[in-house]
Design a protein around this ligand. Structure first.
Ligand code: GLC
Length: 430
């Protein structure tokens, strides 16, 4: 996927961006916004008018109703939804291409927590300060950190994400607390002719999430505080080895090497998987999908660890303003709307997404409806961020390529970690 990026006709994107800009220039709003390029746009903070919001596939069906609500109340500042695919790498590459082309129509964008540093360092995100300052009162500190680069906020926390263990409570009344316990329960899967465990193991960002979780859970780390790689250690190797062993002995089914979030969810909902590592969005869909066969038979537990709970990778999504947009006052209001208390509650009740507002995790009515909330809060509060660096694409590539090779049996874990260590080191000096 990443290599194909080079083949993308950037010039065509630029031409498209220019013609789109020409179209929207004549649209409503009537102000003297736009004009020449990013520099001017970055300085004009008062523009109002129609904007576009860009986000990955809205699996949880929360974005459209929110935009409808916004549009009904803001007839001259309507938001158009540009929906990307459900693959994190493709979402990233689409944003990069459009920022590089200075597309003025990517006004407000969804930024995965791991992209903040890269996009901010490239100068693509409008700093949220002074006139555009964003109030972070009541927002979980870990999520604010993911929206901050070099002490400046470049995005507003929108939804958080912590890994959870989905399990079949009809087959396993008490969920496993440790990885070893979970592996020993795979005999139950076998007896029922279903697969035992899956996470996200296709070669994309989800694999970085899962590999980092295995490493961190084992007491290892991916990088140290200075960003230097630390994967060439016994702990990190033992972490990856657990996943490799899972594939070898069949406790992780072969086809899981192709799984992103959605494939694992489908398998679990079809009743073909005993344990699934996934994000909170699965809760709502597994409960409400017409085709879900596990509606009343699944439970949610913390990720299993070595002697207690495992370490989740910190996931989540922030909402940010492109420097190239021309209607920044509207953009900021829309960002506030998309992260306000009521909207955050809607994310939880409608899509079982993880709110970024701390108070919602102890809201009695919410906890009654969504009993997994306390488990989720613990997962998020103990979650380990992936490396924070403007060179993140090369770092994640180093993690993905090498852990994938180990999972497939193309490299020993030892070799994979040696290579990963070197490649992360090289990424930082790009
Ligand atoms: C989820 C997480 C995000 C992560 C992605 C990987 O969307 O919120 O942080 O990068 O999954 O697939």
């Amino acid at each position: 996927m990443r290599n194909q990026r080079k083949l993308a006709p950037l010039a065509a994107v630029a031409v498209l961006a220019m013609s789109l800009a020409a179209c929207s220039g004549g649209g409503s709003g009537g102000g003297a916004t736009g004009g020449g390029g990013g520099g001017d746009a970055a300085n004009n903070l008062d523009g109002r008018g129609p904007i576009t919001y860009v986000q990955g596939k809205d699996n949880s069906n929360v974005v459209r109703p929110l935009i409808d609500k916004w549009n009904a109340a803001h007839p001259t500042e309507k938001v158009t939804f540009k929906e990307q695919t459900d693959n994190a790498n493709q979402q990233h590459d689409d944003l990069v291409q459009n920022f590089q082309a200075k597309n003025p129509n990517y006004d407000v964008v969804d930024v995965d927590v791991i992209w903040t540093a890269e996009f901010a360092a490239k100068g693509w995100l409008q700093p949220l300060k002074d006139k555009l300052a964003f109030d972070t009162t009541g927002i979980l500190p870990a999520t604010v950190a993911t929206a901050t680069y070099k002490d400046t906020m470049y995005a507003a926390p929108q939804t958080s994400d912590g890994g959870l263990l989905y399990y079949r409570k009809d087959l396993v009344p008490t969920p496993p607390k440790t990885w070893a316990e979970m592996m020993s329960m795979c005999s139950i899967a076998k007896a029922h002719n279903i697969d035992c465990y899956a996470g996200q193991f296709a070669q994309y960002e989800g694999l970085t999430v899962n590999a980092a979780e295995a490493i961190n859970t084992q007491g290892g780390t991916v990088v140290d505080k200075s960003g230097a790689p630390t994967v060439n250690t016994a702990e990190a190797k033992a972490g990856l080895q657990r996943l490799v062993d899972g594939f070898k002995d069949g406790n992780i089914p072969k086809q899981a090497i192709t799984y992103q979030e959605e494939q694992g969810r489908q398998s679990f909902e079809n009743g073909k998987l005993l344990f699934l590592r996934n994000w909170p969005y699965v809760y709502n869909l597994a409960k409400t999908d017409g085709s879900s066969t596990v509606k009343n038979t699944f439970g949610v537990a913390p990720l299993p660890g070595i002697s207690g709970p495992g370490a989740s990778s910190l996931g989540g999504h922030n909402i940010a303003m492109s420097v190239y947009g021309t209607h920044k006052a509207t953009a900021l209001d829309f960002m506030k709307f998309m992260t306000g208390e009521e909207t955050e509650k809607f994310y939880a009740t409608q899509g079982s997404l993880a709110p970024v507002r701390a108070s919602l995790y102890s809201d009695a009515t919410l906890v009654k409806q969504l009993p997994y909330l306390p488990v989720l809060l613990t997962s998020i509060e103990h979650a380990v961020p992936r490396p924070v660096t403007p060179f993140y694409p090369a770092v994640t590539q180093a993690i993905q390529v090498n852990s994938y090779a180990a999972l497939k049996g193309d490299k020993t874990v030892d070799q994979a970690m040696t290579d990963m260590q070197a490649a992360i080191g090289a990424a930082g000096s790009q």
